[in-house]
Design a protein around this ligand. Structure first.
Ligand SMILES: Nc1ncnc2c1ncn2[C@@H]1O[C@H](COP(=O)(O)OP(=O)(O)O)[C@@H](O)[C@H]1O
Ligand SMILES: [Mg+2]
Length: 273
């Protein structure tokens, strides 16, 4: 007789560069995982709220991670359903930009974010919590990384991409060394907006694989028009146009991601002979 034990994995999707595909990856990884019957919570940490609107929700004052961090609301009350089964979101709001300052002023921001995430982990409702980070190294992002199990870095194949990566790997090392999050790891690197017909993409991807080996996911996301259109319809591309190349690539990536990051384990009981 088996019993399924579930753990929640918290993955921060981060890269201090804007426009590299963080939000697109969060929205579509979440959507593809939800189709695989994994329960997913997206937390939108970017005041731009692109993940929120990309999942079909409107920004709403007072509904974000911010009131929970300030102790003004229960985090459970901030979790909103999306139009999709198994897929929930804590949206972003305009206030999140100002929240940085107030949260920094409190001085215990590392603890605040970890506590809030722990409350969600304790509920054991979600397989995955995906954090959509803003393109900055602000207090909220640093505190989120301090509370995450791993960091997924979407990366565009372009010059200086490796230099940008050293900022993230340096940050991981710092958070580990200063005791903020000793277990933090680079979950992986996902190449985005890839155009394999160019030498540049080829060369950069080759170099990233040489440096980071199997940390680089086998799956790569091609540059794809349908993928860039989907957000203006408030839909993940895996639902907007399931048969396009972008949707296919995100589904393949979600399979690889779930295999690398299992959250359910069958435990044998009644083994007494
Ligand atoms: N695979 C892709 N093909 C084409 N356009 C893409 C792809 N991935 C992302 N985009 C577009 O690139 C822009 C930046 O992507 P986004 O996910 O918002 O990046 P970030 O969150 O890192 O700032 C958006 O307009 C998005 O629609
Ligand atoms: Mg974004």
């Amino acid at each position: 007789m088996g019993e399924i034990h579930r753990t929640t994995r918290v993955i921060a999707v981060a890269n201090q560069k804007g426009g590299v595909g963080k939000t697109t990856t969060v929205v579509n990884l979440a959507a593809a995982l939800s189709k695989m019957r994994r329960t997913v919570l997206v937390i939108d940490l970017d005041p731009q709220a692109n993940a929120t609107t990309g999942l079909g929700l409107q920004r709403q004052d007072g509904v974000s991670i911010y009131p929970a961090l300030m102790g003004q609301a229960a985090v459970a009350d901030m979790i909103q359903p999306t139009p999709y089964e198994n897929l929930n979101v804590i949206p972003s709001e305009v206030n999140l930009a100002g929240a940085e300052i107030e949260i920094a002023r409190r001085g215990d921001h590392l603890v605040a974010v970890r506590d809030v995430l722990q409350q969600i982990r304790d509920a054991a409702v979600f397989d995955y919590i995906l954090l959509d980070c803003p393109p900055s190294l602000g207090v909220l992002m640093t505190a989120s990384l301090a509370a995450a199990d791993g960091i997924l870095v979407p990366m565009q194949a372009e010059y200086y991409a490796l230099e940008g990566l050293s900022v993230i790997t340096g940050l991981i090392e710092r958070l580990k060394a200063n005791g903020a999050n000793p277990a933090l790891e680079l979950n992986g690197i996902l190449m985005t907006m890839v155009n394999m017909s160019t030498n540049l993409s080829h060369d950069v991807i080759g170099e990233v694989r040489r440096h980071f080996g199997d940390k680089v996911y086998e799956s790569m996301i091609p540059r794809n028009v349908r993928t860039s259109e989907a957000p203006s319809y408030g839909q993940p591309v895996v639902f907007y146009d399931p048969s396009c190349r972008g949707a296919e690539a995100y589904r393949a990536f979600a399979k690889e991601f779930a295999a690398r990051n299992p959250t359910r384990m069958e435990v044998q009981v009644d083994q007494v002979v």
